[in-house]
Design a protein around this ligand. Structure first.
Ligand code: SAM
Length: 281
């Protein structure tokens, strides 16, 4: 396990993932009944973008670093991004938050007293940071466990409503397959849950095979979202997220957010975004 999210925190892929994650959480919190969130690959929870790791790559500058001035964007974009920007807090003159919130910090911020969350993380140092950060919040359990195993063990949650975020590092060659298999097993036990599966789009054939397997599963209501920043530099330029059982309003909200991000985070030719159904109703 070499992957350390600190190098990538706040980059375009995080902004894409987290801006959409926030909309799913906002939707869940519209009903009074409690929800549960399971974050299978949680990371450390929050990241210091002045630390050596983030400084070395500077990736955050192409992501959260471009969100400082939204006054020229539409009122709709600003309203949809407002809860995400709240999670970021004040930005310094370079566009850097005091700490960049990872998915666990975002989930914590949008939970209410009645909601619960489980954060799984396998890397010992990341887990230690995660546990420390959330130790005093009785609504949250941080668990040192393989995320796919944790997912199998903790669904269905007793709340019956909620969200699973599957956000692995894609270091394993078979990560798409492991991701798909774990999702299918969880879905068989909890078909009402909302599932958000993030993935890099480095290998077109891996992504196509993953989508084909999802389409072939017979599961309905699968929305796929993607963002490409374009340009020709080395490294990740494009990523996607598959959302199963998205809330009714989510597709339209995602379209609006993605159109904005595709323009704001573009780094060169071929930047763009898409939201389309892999399988509809
Ligand atoms: N979800 C986080 C966020 O949005 O802030 C980022 C997660 S990062 C992409 C992936 C994390 O998975 C890393 O912290 C890595 O240590 C952890 N990890 C790697 N293999 C794992 C496994 N088998 N089970 C759980 N966590 C794992």
């Amino acid at each position: 396990m070499n992957y350390r999210h600190g190098f990538h925190a706040g980059n375009f892929a995080d902004v894409f993932k987290h801006a959409l994650l926030v909309r799913l959480l906002v939707y869940l919190s519209r009903k009074e009944t409690p929800f549960r969130v399971i974050d299978t690959h949680a990371g450390e929870g929050a990241y210091d973008l002045s630390a050596d790791e983030a400084q070395r790559t500077g990736e955050w500058r192409g992501g959260v670093g471009r969100l400082a001035a939204l006054s020229d964007s539409s009122a709709e974009v600003r309203a949809l991004l407002a809860p995400y920007l709240d999670c970021l807090g004040p930005l310094d003159p370079e566009g850097r938050p005091a700490l960049y919130p990872g998915s666990p910090a975002i989930i914590q911020k949008l939970m209410r007293p009645q909601d619960r969350a489980i954060f799984c993380e396998l890397r010992p140092d990341a887990f230690a940071a995660l546990r420390r950060r959330f130790a005093r919040d009785a609504r949250i359990r941080s668990i040192h466990i393989d995320g796919y195993m944790g997912l199998g063990a903790y669904v269905p949650p007793k709340e019956r409503r909620g969200l699973v975020l599957i956000d692995p590092p894609f270091e394993r060659e078979d990560e798409f397959d492991a991701d798909f298999d774990a999702f299918m097993k969880a879905y068989a036990k909890w078909s009402f849950g909302i599932y958000a599966l993030w993935h890099p789009s480095k290998s077109e054939s891996d992504v196509r095979k993953f989508y084909d397997r999802l389409t072939g599963s017979g599961i309905r209501r699968i929305l796929r979202l993607s963002l490409s920043v374009g340009g020709s530099e080395e490294g990740l330029r494009s990523c996607g997220m598959v959302v199963v059982n998205p809330p009714f309003v989510f597709e339209r909200e995602a379209q609006t957010i993605l159109a904005f991000l595709a323009e704001r985070l573009a780094q060169g030719e071929n930047a763009g975004a898409q939201a389309a159904w892999l399988a509809g109703e």
